[in-house]
Design a protein. Sequence first.
Length: 364
Amino acid sequence: MAMPYFLTALLMLSLVFGCITGQLSAVSSAAMAGAQAAVELCLSMAGAICLWSGVMTLMDRCGLSQKLARLLRPVLRRLLPNASRDSETLAAVSANVSANLLGLGNAATPLGIRAATRMAEGCGGVASDELCRLVVLNTASIQLLPTTVAAVRSAHGCAAPFDSCPLCGSPRRCRWRRDCWRHGACKPYGGADMDVTSLLIPLLLTTVAVWGLRQRVDVYAALTDGAAEGLRVLLRIFPNLVALLTAVYMFRASGALDWLTALLAPVLTAIGIPPETTPLLVIRPLSGSGALAAGSELMETYGVDSTIGRTAAVMLGCTETTFYTIAVYFGAAGVRRLRYTIPAALTADLAGFLAAAWCVRFFF
């Protein structure tokens, strides 16, 4: 029952700090803005959830999920031994982990929801140990291709937006042209620039569709059936997002976030994290768009290739919006008792922040 206490604490702190700072009118406006943002977020997620639910259904019917599950089975069997006994659950978890590694956040969410829903069956609304572990794995997702972060770095004039990327940061040469992969672009034909990561989604969709036809699967029916399931999932998520985003917006508008930032700065300095990144650390577990805005501001202020700018980029690529993930996964799965999920996920976030700061100092 941690989420009700957390939401109540956010609302109480918003009220108290709003009175202290004289920002009650802003807090009141933020409550409506948060609810509106939840509606807009659900609408923006609808297409992605329906699409990737359809892709997952097609992968199930043509056997690709089973092949992917066999590839990741040795690792997942140790992490999630009970879930790995069910082939459909293991397939959903495998696809979720793979999507996170490839930086396909829009794909990872519906796949993770599907896995969480199956793992929550028979749990009576109580999060099992393995379900908690799945959520923590998603909140501490490591991306080999952080496409969103690279887009932000590129927007700030970075010539090599993928140079902090584990997969593209090596000095490998593109076979089309002698451009380094870490520059994130190549020119295969006609001199037109092409982002390497732009190939991921079209290639994935085409591969799954072609494989489905090869296996004599009705590709269209599989995609539409999965899309219909995605809409049902979206309806289960919506109430949780309204509650969460309303509280977060009020908390930010009250000035409590600024106070918390000032409080944490000395501690972060002592453990090796640049204190300038404090707003990003505080916002990241609460709001994905807010974290991107905070990271973008750091890159603009200190330079996209500075230590602080690189640290912010790596932090965004190795952590996730913790409370959003918990609300979405557990809300869709009907889980009410979260047990130790929140402290475990926040610990994973802290580990990601520490690793990001130390790795940037070591490698750059």
